[in-house]
Design a protein around this ligand. Structure first.
Ligand SMILES: *Cc1c(COP(=O)(O)O)cnc(C)c1O
Length: 240
């Protein structure tokens, strides 16, 4: 694409326009909820997209990105991060315990801590590397068999293990069931945060809301929204 020719300063590149639009929608949703837009971090989910698609967002000032696969992130991000050292990379997809070391080396936050073996593996990897990565505990908020996340009934025990292992807990994360209203699930995640004593602490983060529902999530307390297709356009159907 002849991007340098068609992107005049007056007409932002489409991804930059999308970024502006999503940012404005976050700000409006925050205002409605009497929250500060600055309290919501937009994570641009760049899975399946390559550097040429990602670059316009970096040029427009976006610095927080998310990926769902360790291997894909390892192939794509080291070069970009070298050029833009202030980029933050979040892992939002399921993590196998045997990739914990690689994930700790590569990412700046992990949103998918969901079982005791992974807590153990991450604690060990952080000890070994000296890196300290904020972690969100993912809750299987809709009790879906095919989804990651710990069962609501197991959350208390998992949080206790996270504390015991001294993992830096950033908060809770969820991916509600597709095709039904997400608001009750977002409200439930916020309630779980309060019930487990996380609200008002350094672990008060709520990673919730994607392209179809991030405004609702912001109104219900999201501190991190994970937005992919609203920024980059649709992904091929096969990609998770
Ligand atoms: C892909 C993905 C997103 C972004 O989804 P969009 O609907 O494209 O915004 C958010 N969170 C997770 C965990 C994802 O895998």
């Amino acid at each position: 694409m002849k991007s340098a020719l068609i992107h005049s300063p007056r007409r932002p590149a489409p991804p930059a326009a999308a970024l502006e639009d999503v940012g404005a929608r976050i700000a409006t949703a925050a205002r409605v909820a009497r929250r500060k837009a600055g309290d919501v971090t937009l994570i641009a989910i760049s899975k399946t997209h390559e550097a040429p698609q990602i670059m316009p967002l970096i040029a427009a000032g976006q610095r927080v990105f998310g990926e769902n696969r360790v291997q894909e992130a390892a192939a794509k991000w080291p070069a970009l991060r070298e050029a833009y050292p202030d980029i933050q990379l979040h892992l939002v997809g399921q993590l196998q315990s045997n990739k914990a070391e690689e994930a700790v080396a590569l990412f700046d936050a992990i949103h998918s801590v969901d079982r005791p073996s992974l807590v153990t593996a991450l604690a060990k990897a952080m000890d070994k590397s000296g890196r300290c990565i904020p972690c969100f505990v993912q809750v299987n908020i809709g009790a879906e068999a095919q989804k990651g996340g710990c069962a609501i009934a197991d959350l208390g025990a998992l949080l206790a293990q996270v504390r015991e292992a001294d993992l830096p807990l950033a908060g809770l994360m969820c991916v509600p069931p597709a095709d039904i209203e997400a608001a009750p699930f977002f409200a439930l995640l916020a309630k779980l945060s309060a019930d487990h004593g996380l609200a008002g602490t350094r672990a008060a983060g709520l990673s919730m809301g994607m392209s179809g529902d991030f405004e609702t999530a912001v109104q219900l307390g999201a501190t991190h929204v994970r937005v992919g297709s609203a920024l980059f356009g649709a992904r091929p159907a096969v990609a998770g």
